[in-house]
Design a binder for this molecule. Structure first.
Ligand code: ATP
Ligand code: MG
Length: 235
């Protein structure tokens, strides 16, 4: 007998607004965003510069609070979580990949990758082993001791992907992960995201490039702080 698989929402945003205030000037970067993302979905958020993509990602990643609206992450209302609970969610459930890599330049690759495991309280030997395994997975098994400055941009971004996946988070949030990369490195990073998706992770990929967005299953278009289109990508 076949079992009906009911999709589980991991992210439920309702009426999300974000106001930024600079002096006396207020700017509404998100103007009522409603999005539900189910477990295992691969979603691209596409939109022009200034449309609110990074603002949305910061809220999804619990790095910033919405000014209004509700955000349920795994069914739990983020606004009711303590700072400690939020830190736990960020470290255990979410893996981040940023456009500017955000690597610590004084640390070798594997020490960058182990950071989420330090926050998760995992012991030293296991951290090193898992970090090296994550670097092998992104094709950098021979670069574990190199510092970011000794790596190409594409390699640095792969270190960042290794850091995002080392704690085996349910959700990967990637903000323009290929924005600074050439076409070969772009393909390598997108291939890794495909693999993570196939291994059951939920992926939210932010991009302004249509070819990149086409790799996802679903495309959300954001304009002036509002979702203007939500479509499945033709296979
Ligand atoms: N801290 C802030 N204070 C004031 N305004 C802000 C702040 N951060 C972002 N904004 C404004 O909010 C709007 C959305 O910014 P956001 O960074 O989310 O855009 P984006 O879609 O990520 O753009 P890009 O493609 O250039 O990265 C922009 O108009 C921006 O100027
Ligand atoms: Mg941005």
């Amino acid at each position: 007998m076949s079992r009906l698989i009911v999709p589980e929402p991991v992210v439920e945003l309702a009426g999300i607004r974000k106001m930024y205030r600079s002096g006396s000037i207020e700017f509404e970067a998100l103007r009522g965003v409603d999005i539900t993302i189910n477990q295992g979905e691969y979603v691209a958020v596409i939109g022009p510069s200034g449309s609110g993509k990074s603002t949305l990602m910061n809220i999804l990643g619990c790095l910033d609070n919405p000014s209004d609206g509700t955000y349920l992450l795994g069914g739990e209302d983020v606004s009711t979580m303590s700072e400690a609970q939020l830190a736990h969610v960020r470290n255990r459930r979410i893996g981040f990949v940023f456009q500017q890599f955000n690597l610590l330049t004084s640390l070798p690759a594997w020490r960058n990758v182990e950071l989420p495991l330090i926050y998760a309280g995992i012991g030293r030997a296991e951290r090193r082993e898992r970090s090296i395994r994550a670097l092998e997975r992104v094709g950098l098994g021979d670069r574990v001791e190199n510092r970011p400055g000794e790596l190409s941009g594409g390699q640095q971004q792969r270190v960042a992907v290794a850091r995002a996946l080392v704690s085996e988070p349910d959700i990967i949030l990637a903000d323009e992960p290929t924005g600074n990369l050439d076409s070969v490195s772009t393909e390598a990073v997108l291939g890794l995201l495909d693999e993570l998706h196939h291994s059951g992770r939920t992926i939210v990929l932010i991009t302004h490039e249509h070819e990149v967005a086409a790799r996802a299953q679903r495309n959300l278009v954001i304009r002036d702080g509002q979702i203007t289109s939500d479509e499945l990508v033709a296979a």
